[in-house]
Design a protein around this ligand. Sequence first.
Ligand code: AMP
Ligand code: ZN
Length: 431
Amino acid sequence: MDEAYWDKEIETIDRHSLQQLQLERLNKTLERASKSQYYKRRIPAKINNLTALKDIPFTTKSDLRNSFPEGMLAVSRDEIVRLHASSGTTGRATVIYHTKRDIDNWTDLVARSMYMTGVRKSDVFQNMMGYGLFTGGLGLHYGSERLGALIIPASSGNSKRQIRLMKDFHSTVVHITPSYALHLYTLFQEKGIDPKNDLDLRIAFLGAEPHSEETKLRLENLFGLDAYNSYGLSEMNGPGVAFECQLKDGMHVWEDSYILEIIDPDTGEGLSDGEEGEIVFTTLKREGMPIIRYRTGDIAQTYPEECPCGRTHRKISRIKGRTDDMLIVKGVNVYPMQIEKVLMDIPEVDNNYLIEIETVDYLDSLNIKVEVRQNIFHGGIKELESLKKRISEDLKNETLISPRITLVEPNSLPKSEGKAVRVVDKRDRDV
Ligand code: AMP
Ligand code: ZN
């Protein structure tokens, strides 16, 4: 019979033993980190229980930037075999160094995550994430090789070639950003390809950027596959930090390798299961560059329930947004993801949108450009007006704001092959 787990012992470990393991590894991490310039005076030599972790200061993105390039390096440079840099989603890039064993551990986490979704040796995996400094390409690449699937290192972009690869080699699994997947579907339509019947795809990993449940469901329906949410950040290796299991209801965080905390982003206080806040991670196995209590800026909540899949590692919800991408429009807080959720739930809305925010008469003004289906766009003006009204009403219900809506033709808004740019902020900074 097919084994359900990649590493049953660790994936189903009881919580008590898991916490013991965490404390042991945390103390090893403190010892290693104290060799770095940055941490040597900031952390205790040892702690006696996991609750004492909260007395250690947070590490932030700007700490990483300020200690660029080697301030957090905890081993000699000779031990380092690879570096990755964050894509700089917000601000300047940061660098992360890995030893041989770091790469080996990361690879194992990725293989474990992929296996959990049902990928097996017989699969053909087309990795459509950028190869290079970005972790999405190489991270999944080595994990897949360890698992034993046949990998096509397609990298991102060149949509025509992607489609040809899918057809020629009968790809069954893809790794793709949700925004690019939506764009690809439009190309399929243009070429008269029905991915449900003409291709062999059965699994997609969606990652690297926030996306709503509605987008994921839309993609599952359009492509006829199971989509799994894949979450990671280069500071914590990259992909393979948290991944959905086959129940597709929340992502298991691999707690043998990371300590997970959810904090109130304003006060820094720890929050309980079910309370939404900022994710904070501590690496537990990292040698080259251990990072302690890293404030990710990503907003989510933990699930209190045990998962029926048998894995004991806690689950987090999908990422609602980042602390730094929350928009404040006329005093109302709104995450771009709330807007996406509304749009992707309306069938007449096509696969792309853009949020623009600017200053008009000293006030914030929000304008949302929405691609609509071809037949709707060329249909009657009355239908367009009523669709606009519906979008406005649904947005008002979800977010309490009433943005200006502009309906545009499909395929007319800018698209990206990597992380999508969904918000253009043109507000006057000095007002
Ligand atoms: P980078 O380190 O450049 O790969 O960027 C990592 C960031 O991408 C994370 O901190 C998140 O903000 C975002 N991200 C990655 N995966 C996901 C995901 N599955 N859902 C939402 N956001 C994600
Ligand atoms: Zn599960």
